[in-house]
Design a binder for this molecule. Sequence first.
Ligand code: SF4
Length: 529
Amino acid sequence: MKTYPSIFNDVIGPVMRGPSSSHCAASIRIGRMCRDLMDGDIQEVYVEFDPNGSLATTHKGQGSDMGLFGGFLGWEAYEERLPEYLIAIEEAGIQVKIDIHPIGATHPNTYKLTLSNRKESRELTAISTGGGMIEILEIDGAQVSMAGDFYQTLVYVSSPGSIIEFIETSMPCDDIALRTGKSTFIEIKANQFLTAEICAELLQMEEVLFIKKINPVLPVMSRKDLEVPFITCEEMLAFNADKNHALWELAVDYESMRGNISRAEVFEKMRSIVQIMQNSIDLGLKGTKYADRILGPQSLGFQKQLEDKKLVEGDILNQVILYTSAMMEVKSSMGVVVAAPTAGSCGALPGAIIGIGRGLALHEDELVKAMLAAGIIGVFIAAHATFAAEVGGCMAECGSGSGMAAAGIVELKKGTLDQSLGAASMALQSSLGMICDMIADRVEAPCLNRNVMAATNAISCANMALSDYNHLIPLDEVVETMKKVGDAIPNTLRCTGLGGLAITKTAKKIEAMLNQQEQEANKTFFKVC
Ligand code: SF4
């Protein structure tokens, strides 16, 4: 079934805690879907990661274990107890074993899971595709494609008989398909589960064995025959030929059609996201604390130097650096952030938009418009490149955040549509090939300075665009190039911790020290082979 990115699903969101959206938020969604598949009763989980993937080296430090275990417990991505996931999973009596061995995974973020309880054992393979997005690829050896954007009913059968016809005539569904692997089941995607009455009738049929219900995990649902007004920048300009809409209005045009929600609802949803971002920055400015962390609250020192007028002048630029840092520090201390476009790059976009918006004393509506403008740039990236550092390096995370922020800043300054697109193009051009080499498997360094670079690059590119600098390469072609450049970045420099700064002598020392601290805290109770 054809689907398209949603600003709120794929680009600006989820609202979450933890260092990485492609690890914490994605794995919590996978874990929640596993829990539903097991009817809320999980006793044992066998997790397999491929040694050639990113998860083999990052599953613990970047929070995949935390998210996955939280999902098994039915938690949300912003759950306060997430840092206590090991205690909670033990108290829940769920035994987890993690093995790292070849599983033939073709995606770097592949989870192969075997879930058991007293009654049954089920298998599920899923991938995290970046920014908290997921896809379930297999259930019980049968190929599926579930992104968590439908209510999914699985009717397990001994043989399909005429069950599909019965369901088709019983209620409107978006998709009904027979899936065959180690088990045979009929997968039904709809905007609600099969009703209790229909399920009762099905269970009377001798071919029907049992029924499973998997809840959606995304905020914006999909549907059959989903359409969007455009999916490239070129198509957007053609769509706008007789409208003369600003970029933020085009974002509303897109998202209201994508999500089947009103224009006002799109605007207000973005307002609530902007408010969460503002709260997170304000929290970060007060200073943050968290034990399992490399850097302390760097932003406090910056704030002091700024107040004492000891920094190179540039009030708004410095405010953006401060806000970006504060947001990153909230993330690193397990506070609530919005992945925008990812948790690792959650600082640049809000740091720039809110820093400039407050610096210029703009009304909140202007921040919402800027964030919408940034969101539609992110849609093009999500549709034609990636936000996953495991696939496209830091270019995919901070580079994308920079391109999105640049377009939003032009919107704040009431620039033209062409200037917004030019700013995004230049900011992305400046970010091509940026590697991901986080230190000690924590999404803190060089992530903090990369976010600051992304935010300040966005300001430079917005100002260049507002002065009509010629960006030469159209945005669509830059996004296509991001995809090709990402494919050319070696695996060691794509969020595996196997290259770049991550393998410097100092980084290795930091890593050893953190591991030592962790062992002393005796936090590890599950076996990693
Ligand atoms: S280096 Fe960039 S891509 Fe890698 S974890 Fe840090 S912010 Fe994310």
